[in-house]
Design a binder for this molecule. Structure first.
Ligand code: NAP
Length: 463
């Protein structure tokens, strides 16, 4: 008998299966059979890797399910949405009471909540699990964010913890996030933070490029930041900048249209729903959308004069602006998780999330390691004494870089959003009194008066 099954031999399913098998677990592998298109996928994959010698491979779902010990533990690694529902529909026909399905794909957290309830009605357990780290992370140790029923989780905990990345203390980067779809929610915000981190690096690259630095010179500058601001994304950016194909830099040959698979869009929608002003994730998403309009950008570039007197920003100034923006990005991301956790009564432990993001995932960084302790003490990064000092010290550079970029018409949406958010959140009196007056004027929406401590609604006949 096998002890754990994986459905979907795509990029992630293959890597997770090899990871599980290499830790000594008896794994069942399954990929759907489509005549003439998808045949013997699991069997061919098994025969390609020595660590899968003891694994059992199937393209018949019934045989796959019957090979598993009960209660069955089955990891789904298929595309989010209809594919998950299609597989669940077939699977639940074959499973027995108490069996556990773990969805390790990037499913929407709302879908996960519904599936938990649906499977519960049928006598099964469903665990929604964020898995980060890409293909290599899944193979060598991803960051894992499970949620759902805690008792069911305890039955699959050893598998997930064993295959997970390990933090600096050797602890698995896998922690039960909370009830419902909280694991997939946290993974979605992980991806949102990742969007903004990537965009910030893109903005630094474009600023340095506009100053005439070569790819090698930009790589050297960014490499110099690794000591103080080390992160996985910064490290891979240095590698990317240096990569050549013959005499050409690969980066220079890549079309400037950024794709996305949807988690940034979902994160942006959930930001709007939650009421939390996490402005950098939408800025990063819309930057990708703007990039996609290549032909329109080319036409507008020809139609409008580009005014640039030449950017003159020092590497250190840019480094501080980048540091400032990263702190704001993480502040926004963790504040968003805290708010949605409160709204759903998930009781997500922010420090634990930071800890499981210190290894195995795309946003792992030295800063994330510091956040483990920092978020234990303060849920607000902005109001934490240590980062308050760093924000105060780096803000002048963020401001100077923003001004220089505006003068030179550089597209820097995430850096500007970091600065703008900071301005807004530290302004005790905003212009929202005027918005309230306008709303009351045209729609009798009423307003609260500062001189009335009862907070009751007031209305004015404006004309
Ligand atoms: P992938 O390489 O495209 O593989 C998708 C797998 O799902 C394939 O085995 C495919 O089978 C199967 N599948 C699709 N539709 C199906 C259906 N209707 N019935 C049965 N099987 C079906 O995708 P992936 O990159 O492994 O991603 C899997 C999940 O992990 C996604 O939710 C993704 O967002 C998430 N994820 C991916 C990464 C990453 O870096 N790639 C990182 C974290 C999370 P066929 O081959 O037969 O079509």
């Amino acid at each position: 008998m096998t002890e754990i099954g994986v459905i979907g031999m795509g990029v992630m399913g293959k890597s997770l299966s090899r990871n599980l098998a290499s830790r000594g677990f008896r794994v069942a592998l399954y990929n759907r059979h489509v005549d003439g298109i998808e045949e013997n996928v699991a069997k061919d994959f098994k025969s390609a890797f020595i660590e899968l010698a003891e694994a059992e491979a199937f393209d018949d779902l019934k045989a796959f399910v019957h090979s598993l010990e009960q209660p069955r533990k089955i990891i789904l690694m298929v595309n989010a949405g209809a594919a998950v529902d299609a597989v669940l529909g077939d699977l639940t026909e074959l499973m027995s009471e108490g069996d556990i399905v773990i969805d390790g794909g990037n499913s929407h957290f709302g879908d996960t909540s519904k599936r938990i309830d649906l499977l519960k009605e049928q006598g099964f357990h469903f665990i929604g699990t964020g898995v980060s780290g890409g293909e290599e992370g899944a193979l060598k140790g991803p960051s894992i964010m499970p949620s759902g029923n805690k008792v069911a989780y305890s039955k699959v905990q050893k598998y997930l913890e064993t295959i997970a990345a390990k933090d600096a203390n050797g602890e698995p980067c896998c922690a039960f996030v909370g009830e419902g779809g909280s694991g997939h929610f946290v993974k979605m915000i992980h991806n949102g933070i990742e969007y903004a981190e990537m965009q910030l690096l893109g903005e630094c690259y474009s600023i340095l490029k506009s100053q005439g630095l070569s790819n090698e010179e930009i790589a050297n500058a960014l490499e110099g930041w690794m000591k103080d601001l080390g992160s996985y994304l910064l490290g891979i950016t240095v590698d990317i900048l240096r990569k050549k194909d013959g005499e050409e830099y690969v980066l220079d040959q890549i079309l400037d249209k950024a794709a996305n698979k949807g988690t940034g869009k979902w994160a942006t929608a959930s930001i709007a729903d939650s009421g939390e002003p996490a402005t950098m994730i939408p800025a990063a998403l819309f930057a990708r959308y703007i990039s996609f309009f290549k032909e329109k950008r080319e036409a507008a570039a020809a139609a409008y004069h580009h005014n640039s007197q030449g950017v003159n920003i020092s590497i250190n100034e840019l480094k501080e602006a980048y540091q400032f923006s990263r702190i704001i990005n993480h502040h926004q991301g963790f504040s968003l998780i805290a708010r949605v956790s409160d709204q759903n009564d998930w009781k997500v432990d922010l420090s634990a999330i930071a800890r499981i993001w210190t290894a195995g995932c795309i946003i792992k960084s030295d800063f994330m390691k510091e956040l483990v302790e920092g978020l234990r003490r303060d849920s607000s990064i902005l109001m934490n004494k240590k980062w308050q000092e760093i924000i105060t010290a780096t803000y002048p550079s963020a401001q100077a870089v923003s001004i220089a970029c505006l003068r030179n018409e550089l597209h820097i949406p995430c850096l500007l959003e970091a600065v703008n958010f900071f301005h807004g959140i530290k302004t005790a009196s905003l212009s929202a009194n005027l918005i309230q007056a306008q709303r009351d004027y045209f729609g009798a929406h009423t307003y609260v008066r500062k001189d009335d401590p009862s907070s009751k609604s007031h209305h004015t006949i404006w004309v």
